[in-house]
Write a protein of this length. Structure first.
Length: 462
């Protein structure tokens, strides 16, 4: 790679133009999105004893050298620069309207309209320099709170006890505190900045020293990409963004080019990765009710599928050696089966309205090795593996009656861990009807010690 290039152009396969801000005017109108429920197909999941397969690792098998690739022809992306008022035929001079809230989240994905239609636009630049990317975690990764406790106490991230709907790109190994540059992956508009001051610890472990930024870009009418967990913003871009409210969404309209330097990530031992969170509003996720999850999760897609070649191939080679879909899976719902996510009853079971709480129990398959069944429960902040790895939740229906799972923490894979293959709880679950289950978790109990529900049993639905 030519290291004499300016920093913003290293690792690119395009000729990147410098930032410019055209004059443009737009109109934002509030819209209602009617989402059809999605029929979910049976996953290609094997119930073979996972102990014979071993664990896949996230070590890259790539032998690609980015210097051997030839420049790729630049993909042209032409956003709408002026939209006229249909009543007066005059341009709208300012953004009008305020993004609506969905479950407390102001939804830019349905209210920002900087592009008149969907095109064949793709992501044409890597989010980091290629040599900085060590591995990629696929969709559907889940972990327990205790596994993140050190990072959380030092101003780090919490846990994901339900399958994640984004991929994570790592730079270096866990515990590294180096910094790396983060680039725009496509010609697009920056439309939202989430900002949290002092979220991350410094390299010496002092908590609450480094800020956290999440940037949302609109690439076409339906396609958005979020690049999250930057610890600093490029000064030129920061000037254009202006003052930020901490802990709040900040709405902007700033044109960026693929390969443009956005800022830096890392700089702390508690963070050496960035999330790539793609949202395609033309592709609802395979949930029974994608609208219950809000646009960001209900229409999440795998960002890797939107990169042009050879970039997509480079990134795919950084994934663990898992079966298809190589990029992972986060939506597992099958109507009438136990597999997938379940919501707590809140007194409102009208399927036309999102629940008041997020899903808090999920049955799914491990991201790195989908032969392993996992259960994530928000109430305990834990992801469990199942003793015996059966029965497969994709086979459990009303006819199955009462089902019992003996649970071990997913960290118990490590022989050096005190919980290695030790039971932490037993869960009883029964499908009442195709959209309702009854469940109860008995902490500290083995399967032999539990046989029936008691008064603490609750119902969940979807």
């Amino acid at each position: 790679m030519n290291n004499n290039l300016p920093a913003k152009n290293r690792g690119t396969f395009l000729n990147v133009s410098s930032r410019y801000l055209p004059r443009f005017t737009i109109m934002i109108s509030l819209v209602s999105v009617v989402i059809a429920t999605t029929a979910c197909s049976e996953p290609a999941h094997s119930t073979t004893d996972y102990s014979q397969h071993g664990e896949f690792t996230a070590t890259s098998t790539s032998t690609d050298n980015p210097d051997t690739f030839k420049p790729t022809e630049k993909v042209t992306n032409k956003p709408t620069e002026i939209i006229t008022n249909t009543d007066t035929d005059k341009p709208i001079e300012k953004t009008t309207g305020k993004p609506t809230e969905v479950n407390g989240y102001r939804d830019v994905f349905t209210t920002v309209h900087l592009y008149p239609d969907d095109t064949t636009e793709k992501f044409t630049h890597l989010p980091m320099d290629f040599e900085q990317i060590s591995s990629i975690v696929p969709l559907g990764e889940a972990d327990s709170v205790a596994g993140e406790s050190t990072a959380a106490k030092a101003g780090g991230a919490g846990a994901h006890v339900l399958p994640t709907d984004h991929i994570t790109v790592f730079s270096g190994q866990k515990g590294d505190s180096h910094t790396y540059q983060v680039y725009a992956v496509a010609d697009s508009y920056l439309v939202q900045v989430d900002y949290e001051t002092g979220r991350w610890a410094s390299p010496d472990g002092t908590p609450n020293q480094l800020d956290d930024y999440a940037l949302t870009f609109q690439v076409s009418k339906s396609l958005f990409i979020m690049e999250t967990h930057l610890t600093s913003i490029d000064p030129q871009l920061k000037t254009q963004i202006g003052a930020l409210k901490t802990g709040d969404q900040n709405f902007v309209q700033i044109k960026v080019s693929a390969g443009e330097l956005l800022g830096q990530g890392g700089g702390t031992a508690y963070l050496n990765s960035n999330d790539l969170w793609a949202v395609d509003m033309s592709k609802p996720a395979a949930f029974i009710h994608p609208d219950w999850y809000g646009s960001k999760s209900g229409y999440a897609v795998n960002a890797l599928d939107y990169f042009i070649e050879p970039l997509r191939g480079q990134l795919m080679n950084k994934l663990p050696l898992r079966p298809e879909p190589r990029g992972g899976q986060f939506a597992f719902d099958i109507d009438g089966k136990l597999i997938g996510s379940w919501f707590p009853f809140t007194g409102n079971t009208d399927i036309t309205k999102p629940p008041q709480q997020r899903a808090n129990l999920s049955f799914f398959y491990r991201a790195e090795n989908p032969a392993i069944i996992e259960i994530g429960y928000d109430e305990t902040g834990t992801v469990y593996v199942i003793k015996g790895n059966s029965p497969d939740p994709a086979t459990i229906s009303v006819q199955s009656g009462l089902v019992k799972y003996e649970l071990m923490n997913n960290r118990s894979q490590d022989p050096g861990n005190a919980t290695y293959f030790k039971t932490e709880a037993t869960i009883l679950v029964q499908i009442v009807d195709s959209r309702t289950i009854k469940m109860e978790l008995f902490e500290g109990k083995t399967a032999d010690e539990v046989s029936v529900f008691d008064s603490s049993a609750i119902q969940l639905y979807r």
